[in-house]
Design a protein around this ligand. Structure first.
Ligand code: G3D
Length: 178
């Protein structure tokens, strides 16, 4: 009986776990955002070699978030994290205008991957505190988000350093869990 109850309890909880991958170019702010979700503080970050993973509770939901390294040499390994992903969060340095075409290409090839066919997409236009940051609407146009018809998507401006826009991001995830 104890064993059955333990199994039931595990199943109950496993049903509430939602896998999220955080991707984006290096320096976009992925790690800062991940640790803001965990601690609500700004932490010192180092470039992600491989990945960081954290579990985030929001209401009665549990998100398991993978922060995947964004340096050029690591981008080819992103697809090994795609399996069972419910949400893709792509983090963008809104002031890094020169690299937006790279982000657009990365995003397009991710969305074509069969393991992400059912994943919803949240674009975080980070570093909105910088004076040269493009607004989220301009980034949305440059990435061609309006053309995405086969999945739920959202773009959210944010500043991980100031902690702005991140509660809205978690709220969107929780409103769109499957
Ligand atoms: P990554 O994990 O995507 O590579 P990090 O990015 O989280 O390591 O952040 C890269 C740098 O951007 C860090 O600065 C971090 O403090 C900064 N950063 C992250 N989010 C914001 C933001 O919203 N606004 C501003 N102005 N800076 C941000 P350092 O100096 O440590 O390299």
């Amino acid at each position: 009986m104890g064993l059955i109850l333990a199994k039931y309890w595990r199943l109950l909880w496993s049903g509430k776990e939602h896998k999220v991958i955080l991707v984006g170019l290096d320096n976009a702010g992925k790690t800062t955002i991940l640790y803001h979700f965990v601690t609500k503080d700004v932490v010192d970050t180092k470039p992600t070699i491989g990945s960081n993973v954290e579990e985030i509770s929001y209401g009665n939901l549990r998100f398991v978030m993978w922060d995947i390294g964004g340096q050029e040499s690591l981008r080819n390994s992103w697809s090994s994290y795609y399996n069972h992903t419910e949400f893709v969060i792509i983090v963008i340095d809104s002031a890094d205008i020169a690299r937006l075409p790279i982000v657009r290409d990365q995003l397009q090839s991710m969305l074509e991957h069969e393991d992400l066919a059912k994943a919803s997409l949240l674009v975080l236009a980070n570093k909105q505190d910088l004076p040269t940051a493009l607004p989220a609407s301009t980034i949305s146009n440059q990435l061609g988000l309006i053309g995405i018809k086969n999945r739920k998507w959202q773009i959210q401006g944010c500043s991980a350093i100031k902690g702005e826009g991140l509660d809205e991001a978690l709220q969107w995830l929780s409103n769109n869990v499957s």
